[in-house]
Write a protein that binds this ligand. Sequence first.
Ligand SMILES: *[C@@H]1O[C@H](CO)[C@@H](O)[C@H](O)[C@H]1NC(C)=O
Ligand SMILES: *[C@@H]1O[C@H](CO)[C@@H](O)[C@H](O)[C@H]1NC(C)=O
Ligand SMILES: *[C@@H]1O[C@H](CO)[C@@H](O)[C@H](O)[C@H]1NC(C)=O
Ligand SMILES: *[C@@H]1O[C@H](CO)[C@@H](O)[C@H](O)[C@H]1NC(C)=O
Length: 703
Amino acid sequence: MLWQQVLANTALLTVALSLSTSPVVHEKRSVSLPGKRRRVHSDAIIPVRIGLRQNNLHTGYDRLMEVSHPGSMTYGKHLSKEEVHSLFAPADETIKIVKNWLLGFNLIQKRDIIHYENKGWLAVDMPAKHAETLFGTEYYEHETNKGELRIGCDQYHLPRHISSHVDFVKPGVKLSAPLKKREIEKRGSPRSSPGGIPHLSNTNPPHYRGLEPPFGAGGLPLALQNCGVNITPTCIKALYGIPTARYHQPENSMGLFETYDAFSQEDVSLFLGKFAGNVPSHTAPQVISVDGGKAPVKPGNHRNGRESDIDLDLAISLIYPQSVMVYQVDDLPIASGKEQTIGFINTFLDSIDGSYCDYTAFGITGDSPGVDGSYPDTHQGGFNSSRECGTYELTRVLSISYGGPEIDLPKPYVERQCNEIMKLGLQGHTILSSSGDFGVAAFPGADSDKKGCLGGVSSSGPVYNPDYPSGCPYITSVGATRLYPNQTIKDPESAMQVDIAAWNRVTGDGPTGSPLRLFATGGGFSNYFPRPDYQAQDVANYLTKDLPFQSLPYYEITADTPRIGQNGGVYNRFGRGYPDVSANGAFLLAFLNLTERSFFGTSLASPIFGSVITLINEERSVIGKGPVGFINPALYKSKKFPWNTFEMVVLTRIDPSVLNDITNGSNPNCGSQGFQASKGWDPVTGLGTPNYPEMLTYFSNLP
Ligand SMILES: *[C@@H]1O[C@H](CO)[C@@H](O)[C@H](O)[C@H]1NC(C)=O
Ligand SMILES: *[C@@H]1O[C@H](CO)[C@@H](O)[C@H](O)[C@H]1NC(C)=O
Ligand SMILES: *[C@@H]1O[C@H](CO)[C@@H](O)[C@H](O)[C@H]1NC(C)=O
Ligand SMILES: *[C@@H]1O[C@H](CO)[C@@H](O)[C@H](O)[C@H]1NC(C)=O
């Protein structure tokens, strides 16, 4: 299977490279300059300066919006791996690529090219006719109102693979420096760039005593009468209007990230047999072993700890006959945490993008020693080969139900990683992550705090502790929702909040005791990442609401200076808000170690939302369209399109109700009430849960 895949990739690569040499307009003037005079003499020597692009770290956001914002002319026109790689190539590689291109013309000698290091330029003097060939243009003399003579053109071209490395060519749309006429006409020959934890919990399943259905369940089919306390794929499909899946398209296989925790096929088969009538119970995922990761395991194995089982139960039952792929990441010494490596998903990203292995950004090159696992791993049972770089293809949709406190990882580490997630979005991948399960805290015990909060002088601080990767603005962060016991699928859901320990497991009666272990959907504001434009308006709306959270003191991180908890504040009012969306994450009936139990957590929500996106990508495939890629800009109903550098179409459909707004519930912790769900976006349930039929129409109509 793997060999076949590698061969297929090679074929794609060839096509992408040959396309990338076709010239594209690099710069264009909309109106001709007034002083335009005659064409520059073809043999005149002109001083060409090529401004090299650095590694584009700061243009990534705009590039991603160009392919992800529904108002953009280039929506859905994702880039190839090679295009993304060269777009963000480090400066040295830029110099090499542009130089080689110039030398490829045989008109220019190596010694003619001068590299002005500190200016980031390549300088070559050459006859106008050669420059016109190189840049697909015509040069004209321009007389300024001071009577100076400058040369330039109205537009010029560069091959696509060069274009991404070049800021500008001068003379071009930018005119040359003033020249003396005789210089222009002179003839002659040319002279001389945290280890994540699963977001999940489980308990014994509650069942109503007898067969007493909740109030209002009367008219519903039997399979839907108990969804308030026993969620099944049938309940989930009914809640969100998800039809029975039909397609098996190789390009739309859905990916699940797993580490350490490993599924048991026996558990998954029991689930499929009992709860997914349309799926053969032996249905298994394809397992990709990244750096020695191993799955599946036997049901009684200590690594079968819920997460992988649940991810597979949900994905397979919602998208079968579509296939599911498990990326089982890191060998046991590293995945188990024994080697004290707190790094998170870097080795996985290396395995699906070879260029990331040694990519430099935010002052970090490649994996971080001591933070990320390193290979070959000489520990007993370690992966005895070099680190895998670009070995595997990433699926269009990837769900990650792991995460941890953002603050546990160094800021440049997560910035570099988040930048890579942006690059995957540029290529049309949708990366989803669950938002955490302890409200505005991380998890009990995190950061040496009883509740997993920050800023404690004792063992329980008041400051909220945001999650990573949810804080990365290029992730689609998924929160969790729930129904209450006497509700049915016809009722609106609330934010997932449940007192697991207080549930009466024997009688099935709702929480009775005092809260012992509160589980609540994760949400809040990043301390590392500022608010992205695509959500600015929705978040601003939330922050003006008259809700209890307004009484919380806050702080504002605007520059690079960390001021977490400053002035007694408990959250960063300027940060990236999460989650973006949500889906049901309570009372899922499933098997663990062959025993039926109830599962809770945002870990359930992410694979559900990922399945929905997979189904939408399938329908787009059928009508000849590409994947939806990074979905956040399309989901936030942003009316404002803040990039004026290229043409835009005005959104005709401003308010697609593609998500069911969740307006009830909250995510308390750290000794305060957290945030409240409300109309529109909120840092509890995001924009809401999928309304599949509306979502399908919306995304099918996009290019
Ligand atoms: C799985 O169940 C078996 C039988 O009940 C039990 O002996 C074993 O300890 C369980 N495994 C785990 C990891 O809990
Ligand atoms: C690891 O691989 C190397 C080279 O392939 C080999 O020489 C060595 O014996 C291996 N070590 C173990 C512990 O398997
Ligand atoms: C269930 O809902 C009904 C109608 O909304 C309400 O009258 C009843 O008190 C609820 N029962 C419980 C146990 O909450
Ligand atoms: C709203 O959420 C609260 C918990 O915050 C819950 O007790 C209540 O039943 C919910 N109401 C509805 C209508 O779902």
